[in-house]
Design a protein around this ligand. Structure first.
Ligand code: GLU
Length: 462
């Protein structure tokens, strides 16, 4: 039975590279009816960051990557937090010492009573150690720099290498799927397996994820770039994650699964359910993958369009509530044809604010005005204001009114009228169908914006 694990160290927030490792492990387990285990490797007390365990669990939850066993949910091979397994490592280190495979080492620089326990690397070692990797094939790691690695530190805690091997064995891990940065550690691990006379698991080392500036790293914090699934706060600074930026978990999953994995099928949209059936290690690329946020945005657009009308309304309401927009106004836009229009244009549900024009533009851009309008447009704008002012008591639909007004005009003028009205309402030259906008906006509100633009036109174009 397949058993895989995701074994992060709680040394900071979980970034996109680690969540991809978790996802690949999870999918591999599900594809093979196996188990996915979440183990926390917290034996490095110096690098321990308190909130990271919470960040790891919440990130996995948001992505709907639910472990079968682990710190979250128990299981028969626990405890799953290494700091709670010290007695186990103490037991196994005795075996190594008694058999001459490990030794106490009193480092001169250290206080006399302090010691570490080191692995005794065989003297007649080969020049290269061969690793049969499921992704990279046969790889040869030079052994000239394999020294007697520390297994137990002077504070009594095991090192990553020691605890990792003991736990993988005791937790009956069949496949170790982890980042490429761990390849150089694998020879030590193999020596340990040999000393214990244990059969090592299969290894699959994933190619790196690169940002435009190189390797993605949790030590490389930058508040503008999003590299975390969910938000992380450090020194009172907030680093928003994909979730906070408005990505849906399903589009995030689809985006990251394709960073390094390419199925034979010619398509791009995969649900988690589908991935559990088709994921395979042999389709993982050998080369590093680049993170392209624009692609993630594209996925989000696709998944937004796939939502049911009910879900869309719910998510729009959630966003609109944040800005305290009145229910009466909201009702006007929650109609199927208008929602359809909005969906064509947005990448995130929060983009609805850019589309629905309930809030007047903060200012009218002088450069846009100079480039697109001239002093004759002042006259057109005055005319439009007249039409709507006369209509205030008549209550004819705004869109109908404008349609009849432009019916006598030539093509060029029609374009101009629409352009002026749109610009006055949204402060931009593009957006949703202007007649839909006119149907929704109240005449009063519309007039206020047109008059404000007229003042601007007069001061710039005259
Ligand atoms: N604790 C290691 C990490 O933080 C796990 C490496 C492994 O999967 O063996 O990535």
């Amino acid at each position: 039975m397949v058993r895989v694990r995701f074994a992060p160290s709680p040394t900071g927030p979980l970034h996109i590279g680690s969540i991809r490792t978790a996802l690949y492990n999870y999918l591999f387990a599900k594809k093979n009816n196996g188990s996915f285990i979440l183990r926390i490797e917290d034996t490095d007390k110096k690098r321990y960051v308190f909130k990271s365990e919470k960040h790891i669990i919440e990130s996995l939850n948001w992505c709907k990557i639910f472990p079968d066993e682990g710190i979250c949910c128990g299981g028969k091979y626990g405890p799953y937090r290494q700091s709670e397994r010290i007695h186990i490592y103490n037991y196994y280190i005795k075996y190594l010492i008694n058999n001459g495979y490990a030794y106490y080492s009193f480092d001169k620089k250290m206080n006399k009573n302090n010691y570490v326990i080191r692995l005794k690397v065989p003297k007649n070692k080969k020049k290269y150690i061969e690793i049969q990797d499921l992704i990279k094939g046969k790889i040869y790691i030079p052994t000239n720099n394999i020294d007697d690695k520390i297994l137990i530190k002077s504070d009594g805690n095991p090192t990553y290498h020691f605890a990792n091997v003991i736990d993988d064995h005791l937790m009956k891990i069949t496949h170790v799927i982890r980042g490429e940065e761990w390849i150089s550690s694998t020879p030590f691990h193999l020596i340990l397996y040999k000393y214990f006379n244990w059969i090592p698991p299969y290894f699959a080392h994933l190619p790196l994820l690169l940002s435009s500036k190189g390797k993605i790293s949790k030590r490389n914090l930058n508040s503008k770039k999003i590299i975390y699934p969910i938000k992380w706060t450090e020194n009172k600074k907030i680093y928003n994650g994909f979730k906070e930026k408005g990505f849906l978990p399903e589009s995030f999953i689809n985006f990251i699964v394709l960073l390094g994995w390419k199925p034979k099928i010619e398509k791009e949209l995969f649900s988690l359910k589908e991935l559990k059936f088709i994921f395979s290690i042999k389709d993982i690329n050998k080369t590093n993958a680049k993170v392209n946020i624009q692609k993630a945005v594209w996925f989000n657009q696709q998944y937004i369009k796939k939502k049911s009308l009910k879900e869309i309304i719910f998510l729009f309401l959630y966003e609109l509530n944040k800005k305290q927009i009145t229910l009466e106004k909201i009702k006007k836009i929650l109609k199927k044809e208008i929602i359809k229009e909005i969906l064509k244009r947005i990448s995130f549900f929060s983009d609805i604010f850019n589309e629905i024009f309930f809030i007047p533009p903060k200012f009218y851009d002088v450069n846009i005005i100079k480039k697109n309008f001239n002093k004759y447009d002042i006259f057109i704008l005055e005319k439009i204001i007249d039409i709507f002012s006369l209509n205030l008591n008549k209550k004819i639909n705004n869109d109908y009114l404008i349609k009849s007004f432009i019916s006598n005009l030539n093509k060029e003028k029609i374009i101009k009228v629409k352009k002026i009205i749109r610009f006055s309402i949204v402060g931009k030259l593009y957006g949703m169908d202007i007649f839909i906008i006119l149907r929704i906006i109240e005449t009063n509100d519309l007039l206020k914006r047109l008059k404000k633009l007229l003042i601007k036109f007069n001061s710039i174009l005259n």
